[in-house]
Design a protein around this ligand. Sequence first.
Ligand code: DAH
Length: 350
Amino acid sequence: MPEVNDLNIQAVKENFDAALRAVSNLEELDEIRVRFTGKKGDLTLLLRGLGKLPPEQRKEAGQEVNKLRDEIEHELEITGKKIRDSENEKKEINERIDVTLSEKGRTAGAFHPVMQTMHEIANIMQGLGYSVATGPEKEEEFYNFECLNVPSWHPARDMQDTFYFPDGTLLRTHTSPVQIRSMLKYGAPLRIICPGKVYRRDNDTTHSPMFNQMEGLLIDKNVPFSVMKGTMSEMLNAFFGRSLKYRFRASYFPFTEPSMELDIECVECSGHDEHCRVCHGTGWLEVVGMGMVHPNVIRAGKIDPEIYNGFAFGIGLDRMAMLKYGISDLRLLFDGNVSYFMSGFNSGRR
Ligand code: DAH
């Protein structure tokens, strides 16, 4: 075997083979690459030394060195690929996600009955073409009373009934101010519902200082009274899942004229139990306040009452939830005592 630059070609090859066998990662492979093919590497020295050989040796040695160079480059490439493949495989195994594993478990939870009720009624009304509107809970006297035709002498304005802030704003006492806000924002024609929290200075077995209402407003041309009655009975039938008996009673609200209250047959006893704990033997339950929107209210919404009319309604969502889910005490809805609540909830009708 010819020697070039004092290096034995065979020995370089053996050294290279031995080094390659011991390699275990890409850094080590790079060191070997430098050691043999770098500027001062053994292979480079062999190649450089070829020119110094006597011409008769040059050809054979040249062939040998070139062959060795090809071998070394080939081996480096193959080994590099093997190492990269095995590193990728290891990485893949470590990072693999087992999609067949069962999930970690869910926390138990459910909608509050009032939220459930709100969603159900909102769905029904959306099916009738109504959109959901919202308004602030901290409201101005102007929207809460003034625009709704509630005169300053009206008892509802009394400090006894309303939570006022020192700056004269208040916690809205009903969702009706959203009627005005929506008319001002969207104009006519209009169909909106507005679910939300309302506040009054009340706290006893049947009243909570915070409760939930859903307002509804329809404004269009030539809206007949019968559409209001039909809309309400459709909504209630869909909500309770059966055809109930209705009773429309004349009533009074400053923001509607004429005004009515809607009673449904008692969902507990249908009027057959004179000791019924839900209707107290009357056979009827008052569930909705409504009426044809007062022209002053339409005007406050910057709509011309000579051209447009409509109806509005207010539903007590807490009461609706109690009736549908058989919850007997209003306080159960807002009480923090979960086990007490669940026992009350489960003992009722579903
Ligand atoms: N705002 C009334 C209340 O809180 C409920 C109500 C009655 C709303 C009649 C209406 C309505 O829109 O037309 O008691």
